[in-house]
Write a protein that binds this ligand. Structure first.
Ligand SMILES: [Zn+2]
Ligand SMILES: [Zn+2]
Length: 234
């Protein structure tokens, strides 16, 4: 359902900052805009023919918003469009972008926890769910519905809520894209693969996609366990 520009954790830069997108005719929906993302969008020419840009932000760590300023500037000056940034805290986005010299009239923040966008071409629902990652900034997972399919995009999170587990079980969530790491320690802000295997029943694992992977993540082990591992577009 979604494609990935990068699949790495913050310091796993050779895999690119974790970021996903959906391109539908003139519409482009981006999940997070970390430091490597604007460069990937440009080198893949993904936004050349885009006239509506939605940017869903899960939290404000640099590997999730590091190139947001560049993308907004480019959209405004070169593409002549105002991106819609979806994030529940408008003030936080305005402060961060404002400190980079990005004016508030260059973009629009859709700060509702639940946003529905309906037009002739698509029907999108975005619902933010608070998740547990770090104490210093708010972090969200995103329940995302597009044209009849539902996915949950975890953002960075060291837990998976019952709401998501039940959704997978009952079929109300078709795909889970989950921050998964190969390193395990107490106070880990990410979700360890071994815990994922304990939590997700084998028969549901084909719906689960590991993303935001760290250098210690063992791809073969994840696949053997029955999970998917996302791959970035070439
Ligand atoms: Zn991250
Ligand atoms: Zn983070």
């Amino acid at each position: 359902m979604i494609n990935f520009l990068g699949i790495g954790s913050a310091f796993n830069t050779q895999l690119g900052n974790n970021s996903a997108y959906i391109k539908k005719e003139k519409y482009f929906i981006l999940f997070d805009c970390g430091s490597t993302v604007f460069g990937r969008l440009r080198s893949l020419n993904l936004i050349d023919d885009v006239s509506e840009l939605y940017i869903i932000i899960t939290h404000t760590h640099p590997d999730h918003i590091g190139s947001l300023g560049e993308l907004v500037f480019y959209s405004y000056y070169i593409k002549n469009l105002r991106p819609k940034i979806l994030f529940p805290d408008k003030n936080l986005i305005d402060v961060i972008l404002g400190s980079m010299g990005v004016r508030t009239n260059f973009y629009e923040v859709l700060s509702s926890v639940d946003t529905v966008i309906k037009n002739n071409d698509f029907n999108m629902e975005v619902s933010f769910r608070k998740c547990s990652h770090v104490d210093s900034i708010p972090s969200y997972g995103v329940l995302f519905k597009l044209d009849g399919s539902t996915l949950y995009y975890s953002g960075d999170s060291n837990s998976i809520s019952n709401f998501v587990l039940e959704g997978l079980e009952k079929g109300s969530i078709d795909f889970l894209y989950q921050d998964t790491c190969g390193i395990d320690y107490s106070e880990n802000p990410h979700f360890y693969l071994g815990r994922l295997a304990k939590l997700i029943k084998p028969e549901l694992r084909h719906k689960v996609y590991c993303m935001h992977i760290d250098p210690e993540f063992n791809r073969d082990e994840a696949l053997e366990l029955g999970f998917n591992v996302v791959e970035a577009v070439k």
